[in-house]
Design a binder for this molecule. Structure first.
Ligand code: AP5
Length: 211
């Protein structure tokens, strides 16, 4: 399956992508993770992207399009992939079509804004491997230590309340129109992500018609 996941910041895109990736045995391509990795490694891309990400703004289309174009040529994408966080603007969606990439489904995860704030404020991320936790809903076994690699768990820089406000604004203005864009192509399916992770997964699988 070639799948796009849409949804507001903190809606649970990454969490559900991880479950789907294992179930369908296809890779997840998260542009947010690729960019954060570049920032951790101090690459030129990371230095350029940091000035946008830290303010809750989108990284310029041409930069992100190149990242995805390059990633999709890798062997592991041959049998399908999950795009988490791309496209995020109409020009990015158009670029994907121009690359000749056919998409099977576009899943939008819908969550009320007060839940989003609760999820983002409790999110912690491993400073070494990037694994995601939540202090209430997905705690690590040992406080502030990653279960997978022993790295320190920290808050994402762009999870600060003021930055989250900007990210939500940017989502409504620039990304939400993609729901109509893909609806008009007959590709959009919707899952409600209000409840616990496992309940949301059930909704997601139902929406995608995966058993
Ligand atoms: P990105 O990393 O894509 O961030 P985002 O879209 O804002 O989404 P998040 O990662 O915040 O949340 P999520 O929906 O994945 O939720 P999660 O599963 O973690 O992008 C970051 C930045 O990079 C952008 O702002 C932009 O600057 C740049 N960027 C990226 N892509 C770009 C593009 N295409 N173009 C331009 N710029 C781009 O869940 C959140 C928390 O809730 C976690 O703690 C989780 O454990 C918990 N949780 C999840 N589901 C549930 C549940 N059902 N119940 C309880 N808790 C839950």
């Amino acid at each position: 399956m070639r799948l796009i996941i849409l949804g507001a910041p903190g809606a649970g895109k990454g969490t559900q992508a991880e479950v789907l990736s294992k179930k369908l045995d296809i890779p997840t391509i998260s542009t947010g993770e690729i960019i954060r990795n570049a920032i951790r490694q101090g690459t030129d891309l990371g230095k350029e992207a940091k000035q946008y990400i830290d303010r809750g703004l989108l990284v310029p289309d041409d930069v992100v399009i190149e990242i995805v174009k390059d990633r999709l040529t890798q062997d592991d994408c041959k049998n399908g992939f999950i795009l988490d966080g791309f496209p995020r603007t109409v020009p990015q969606a158009d670029a994907l079509t121009k690359m000749g990439v056919t998409i099977d489904k576009v899943l939008s995860i819908e969550v009320a804004e007060e839940k989003i704030v609760e999820r983002i404020s409790g999110r912690r991320q491993c400073s070494k491997c990037g694994a995601t936790y939540h202090i209430v809903y997905k705690p690590s076994k040992e406080e502030n230590i990653c279960d997978l690699c022993g790295g320190e768990l920290i808050m994402r820089q762009d999870d600060a309340p003021e930055t989250v406000k900007n990210r939500l604004k940017v989502y409504h203005e620039q990304t939400e129109p993609l729901k109509d864009y893909y609806q008009s192509k007959g590709l959009l399916v919707v899952a409600y992500g209000q409840e616990e992770v496992a309940d949301t997964t059930k909704e997601v699988l139902k929406a995608l018609g995966v058993v």
